[in-house]
Design a protein around this ligand. Sequence first.
Ligand code: ATP
Ligand code: MG
Length: 291
Amino acid sequence: MKTEKLAKALRVHSGKHFRLKDFDPAFTGHWRSREQAERALLESIARMAELQDKLYAQDRWAVLLIFQAMDAAGKDGIIKHVMSGVNPQGCQVYSFKSPSDLELQHDFLWRTTHCLPERGHIGIFNRSYYEEVLVVRVHPEFLKNEKTPESLIGKNLWEQRFEDIRCFERHMARSGTVIRKFFLNVSKKEQKRRFLARLEEPEKNWKFSAADIRERGYWDDYQKAYEDMIANTASEHAPWYVVPADNKWFTRLVVSTVIVATLESLDLAYPKVDGAKRKELEAAKRILLSK
Ligand code: ATP
Ligand code: MG
C-alpha cells in the first residue's frame, strides 16, 4: 500500500463505528526498515518545503496541525523532525501546558484562539483546547480551577464541550484554516520502555517528570477519553489521524505524508503578476540596469 493510502486508512472523519482498539500502535504497513522510511521522510520534507513556500506567497489559507498524545508518545520529536525543512518564518509552534491564572479567567477556547495561525502560515499546537476533554475530563476536579459557574456544569457538559469544539472548527474551516489533528497512538508497553530510558539514560533524565508516572496510572481513563474525543470531533473538514506511535520513524513518515497531502489538496500557487505589477517590475529593472 502506498504511504498516502496508509495515511488515508488512519484517517477518522466520522465518529460512526470508531473504536480505538481497531488501531494498532505498532502498525507500520509495508514499511519494514527504518532506513527506507527515513529516506521517504526526507523526500516528503523537501516536498513540504516547496508547498509551504507557495502557501506563504499565496497568503490565503492557514494550516493548523494539532498534536495530542499520552506522555512520551513523541510529540516533541515529530515537531522537530517533520518541520525541520520548512521555513521558520512561515511556521508557528505553541505548547499548551497547565493553564495560567490569566488563562483560567477565560473560557477554555480563549488561550488557543489568539495563537491560531495567520493566513499563509502553518500553526502547530503541541496539545490544545482538546486538553479540556482529556486531562480535565480524567480529573474533573480541574473544573473547579476553571471557575466555571457550578450551575453550568451538568451531566451534558462533555457533550456541550464537543459541540463547541465542532462549531469552532467548522467556523475556522469556513474562514480558510485547514485543520488536521493527530493522535499519536503509543501503547502502554512502549510508554513504559520510554519512561525507563528517561530514568536510565543520563541525557534523557531531564525529560522525566514524576507527573508522567502519575498520569500513567489513569491510562484506561485516558484511552476512553481519547476514544470519545475522536468519535465526537472527527469531521470531513477537521479529521483526526490515529497515528501508530510505537515506532517513531513510522509516526514521522505518516505525519509528514498527511501534511504534504493536505497542502497538495489546496489550490496553492504563487500570486499572478498583473499588468500594473509587471510594468512596475520592468521599470525597476530598467533603473537597476541604467546605473
Ligand atoms: P513534555 O513532557 O514532552 O515536555 P508536555 O506537553 O507533556 O511536554 P508537560 O509540562 O510535561 O508538557 O505537561 C503539560 C501538562 O499540562 C500535561 O499533563 C497536560 O495534560 C496539562 N494540561 C494541558 N492543558 C491543560 C488544561 N487545560 N488543564 C489542565 N491541565 C492541562
Ligand atoms: Mg510531559
